[in-house]
Design a protein around this ligand. Sequence first.
Ligand code: SF4
Ligand code: SF4
Length: 329
Amino acid sequence: MVGPGGAALTASAIKQRARELGADLVGIADGAFMDRLPEPGGVQLRPSRITDFDGDRVIVLARRLGAGTSRLTRWDERHKYYNDELALTGLEQTALELVLWLEDRGVPALIVPPTHVDPWRYSGDPEAHIEPLLSLDYAAVEAGLGTLGLNLQLLTPEFGPRVVLSAVLCSADVDCDAPMQRALCLGPACGRCLRACPGDVIGHWERDWPACDRYRSPHGFAQLTEFLGEVFDETDPEARAAMVRSRESFDLWQSILRGAGVLTGCRRCAEVCPVGEDYEALRDAQEAIAEGTEAKELRLADMVAAEQRSALPKDYVERRRWIGELGRD
Ligand code: SF4
Ligand code: SF4
């Protein structure tokens, strides 16, 4: 394998090229090692599910989300969906250029998008959550980019959870990064993600993923099938025509057009998270959380009390490697 100017291909050369191509953060995980890790709660970590030959390294790329959209406090904001979708598209272009650059240097490579699910695992139930074939949040931790938070979102020191991810698989013989040891998350004593969540789907180091999917993909496949079912069931021709012309139909059409509202959606938990150097630019807009309730406060207090007794939940114990050791230095 030959790098730029005939030099041997190195991890730093790959990272430099990824940054030149538009990545804000880049890390390299040991894919062969990930293949041997236990997979907590149905999360998929094995590059060998995608490729037999070219998954020894997982190059994880992150692009930051715009501060302007992170200052919008409604969870269901189409500008947010659209801007985030553009960030994802930009990152996909970065990933493609990196693949071609690696292949020009004799390294076969392929892209793993954050939403790539295995169609063979689809059960016929649009409401069921399907895990991506390779969890990029977990891969990002393996690549040293950050740690998982209370609701299992990836947190980075630079941008907190306000990033989109992509990954490039290859078997270049280059050095890997190591996961961080200490949690970046401030835990239930912070709890701002839980307080802000419109679906109230966040638990103690866990998340109700099917319930979250309704928000983070608000005009996705489940909503499309539900809406079409209602249209088919409507027997009054006038009412059926009105449904076809409805706001719901319009939102679905707009979302299918670009993926905004399908691949992107709610990220209220990310906007309010105080982790990340970028949070200062959001603080005045996000400090107050309108979605807080007494019931949420009581749940958070119970979690804090449990952690003070060292009664950590199974969800944390299973994911300790990716969440990190609790309590900041
Ligand atoms: S994406 Fe939205 S619904 Fe899902 S956990 Fe975050 S705030 Fe809650
Ligand atoms: S908002 Fe607080 S509790 Fe939630 S992920 Fe961020 S630091 Fe952790």
